[in-house]
Ligand binder design. Structure first.
Ligand code: ZN
Length: 78
């Protein structure tokens, strides 16, 4: 029997924090609070996932600024 096993990463957008200029690409984009999750799949069915990182993401260039749990919590409540 062949076991088909894999992983895939999902980015979950938690909150849109409004317009911001990205320090990496210099574009005026929306500042997005997001959590990246890694999902483990067995026969293409997700079995479990865990959070890889939480932070701010630039939708234009994909730059990721990792935040600590405390910072993330604070920003998602504002
Ligand atoms: Zn950018």
């Amino acid at each position: 029997m062949v076991i088909v096993y894999g992983t895939r990463n999902n980015i979950k957008i938690k909150k849109n924090l409004g317009v911001n200029i990205c320090p990496n690409c210099g574009m005026t984009t929306e500042k997005v609070l997001a959590a990246e999750k890694q999902q483990f799949t067995l026969f293409y069915i997700p079995i479990f996932s865990h959070t890889l990182r939480k932070g701010l993401i630039c939708p234009n260039c994909g730059m990721y600024k990792t935040l600590t749990n405390a910072e993330f919590k604070e920003m998602s409540m504002n």
